[in-house]
Design a protein around this ligand. Structure first.
Ligand code: FBP
Length: 503
């Protein structure tokens, strides 16, 4: 609002007050009105309240007003800094001495130092930075989904029709496809090619990075030897769920991204395969126990955007600075409380839960206590959001087996195992009820692919078997319990006594 406008309005106001005064019936209203008129007319000139203006109290406001700009004084009342804020002058906040921000380490710096410190993951720093950039883009997409109409089923570009159901039997949403592409390119496009293949919730089979990056073997394999090597020399494979809890997006509730990185086992081959089939990949790197993961993380898109990461030596949380669009280390060395009072289950399914889980929940609700504290329930319906809540406050998250999902709903490779690694690295636990999630070996293919297979089409049946096995292994589900070590231990005890081999 320009100074001239303010002046004009103030004059008008004074004039109308004066007129009202002339017309007013009672002496009191006359007195009151005259005080008001006086206040307005005198406020602009003297800035009496400036004397109260010290740099720390809404400092930026005054610095900006520079004794000239007197938005606050339009009302003539000594406006406290919060009033000024309510005037939606949020940017002024940045004017606040931002000591806090300066002190926070950036994710980039953290990765440079930590990956340098840990030779076994030295080449992952750029990949993880690329993944954090993809999370920033997903954050923007999620925030724009409503306004940019990014809703609804994905359309198959080739047919123009709604895309087919994905390997989970769900209609793929536009957002699923968009976020999936961002994560594929983040892992495969990172400048130093640390990752050679990827598996995603949205992809039926693992894909080599050569294929993801659109490398056409038929044209370049003969001439671009180095190129072949470039794409597939990476020693890591990555797994991820690009948009977890996607059902929450319609109602603007929190969602997330989950990822895990495995080192490709010694001796498992790669580049040879590219010459023949750029779009498939050997499973060795993927179907490993979670204990083989070298890094895992999730990004929560909620009130704030938080990236939580483990490189195998502790857990660290980074919050996205919305103004500078950089992740800052707000939660160094995260530790989950050993016991907590929070439980997060979709109890609408509880009648379908197994006896041990039903007894565990019943006992908790009857005693009203968990870990000696008054129990409370929270369920957002997005794994990342619910587990993050448990990580911060302590307690237990569970997605048990149900009649419809005898192995639970969550996928071992790109949901439960990465979250279990983070939980364990933060001093918590991840269990199936009958053992560590990280010890679960995904179902292995009935037949290994070996070098001889390259080029020789294994015949449609064999390929179909392989693909089926691959799909089973990559998308296998597992009952999942994650949380404080005391709470998960208690749940495991219920499985021990009331479970399959209980008593
Ligand atoms: P998606 O990855 O397909 O979204 O499924 C996983 C999930 O949404 C988890 O994030 C969440 O914890 C769970 O399913 C919610 O399932 P339900 O709606 O059955 O409680």
């Amino acid at each position: 609002m320009t100074r001239a406008t303010v002046k004009r309005r103030r004059g008008l106001l004074a004039l109308s007050l004066f007129l009202a005064l002339a017309a007013s019936s009672t002496p009191w209203s006359a007195v009151l009105l005259s005080v008001g008129a006086l206040q307005i007319m005198t406020s602009s000139s003297s800035h009496p309240s400036l004397r109260t203006c010290s740099p720390t109290v809404g400092g930026s406001r005054f610095r900006r007003c520079g004794h000239g700009d007197d938005d606050i004084f339009v009302l003539g009342l000594k406006a406290s800094s919060s009033t000024a804020l309510r005037l939606g002058d949020e940017p002024q906040l940045q004017g606040q001495p931002n000591m806090k921000k300066k002190d926070l380490r950036t994710l980039q710096r953290f990765l440079e130092v930590e990956c340098w410190k840990l030779p076994q993951i030295r080449s992952l720093d750029r990949t993880l930075l690329a993944v954090s950039d993809a999370c920033k883009q997903i954050n923007r997409i999620v925030q724009r989904a409503q306004t940019d109409d990014l809703y609804g089923a994905a359309i198959d570009p080739k047919t123009g029709l709604e895309a087919e159901l994905n390997v989970q039997g769900e209609a793929q949403q536009q957002l699923d496809v968009l976020c999936n592409t961002l994560m594929l390119r983040a892992f495969c496009g990172a400048s130093n090619d640390a990752v050679c293949a990827v598996a995603s919730e949205e992809e039926p089979l693992p894909r080599s990075c050569a294929d993801v990056m659109g490398y056409d073997v038929s044209t370049n394999s003969l001439v671009g030897g180095d190129l072949v090597k470039t794409f597939n020399s990476g020693e890591y494979v990555a797994v991820f769920d690009p948009i977890d809890g996607s059902k929450n997006i319609d109602s603007s509730l929190p969602v997330g991204t989950v990822f895990g990185i495995y080192r490709r086992p010694e001796g498992s081959y790669s580049s040879a395969l590219v010459r023949e089939k750029s779009d498939s990949y050997d499973l060795d790197g993927f179907l490993q126990r979670g204990t083989k993961m070298v890094a895992a993380g999730y990004c929560l898109y909620s009130a704030t955007t938080v990236l939580v990461l483990t490189l195998g030596s502790g857990v660290h949380g980074f919050t996205l600075d919305p103004d500078r669009q950089i992740f800052l280390q707000t939660h160094p060395n995260m530790r989950i409380p050993d016991v907590g009072s929070l439980y997060s289950f979709n109890e609408a399914n509880s009648r379908d839960y197994s006896e041990p889980v039903q007894k565990f929940l019943k006992n908790m609700k009857e005693t009203g206590k968990m870990g000696g504290k008054k129990v409370t329930s929270r369920y957002v319906g997005a794994l990342v959001a619910d587990v993050h809540n448990v990580l911060i406050n302590g307690g237990i998250y569970g997605y048990p087996a149900t009649r419809d999902n005898p192995n639970g709903k969550l996928r071992l490779l790109y949901e439960s195992a990465p979250m279990a690694m983070i939980m364990e690295q933060a001093g918590g636990a991840g269990s199936t009820g009958y053992g560590r999630i990280l010890d679960v070996l995904p179902p292995q293919p009935r037949r290994r692919r070996n070098r001889q297979d390259d080029g020789a089409s294994g015949g449609s049946n064999e390929d179909a078997d392989w693909n089926e096995d691959a799909g089973k292994g990559i998308h296998v589900r597992v009952p999942t319990f994650l949380g404080s070590v005391e709470n998960v231990f208690e749940l495991d005890q219920f499985h021990k006594y009331y479970g399959e081999s209980g008593g």
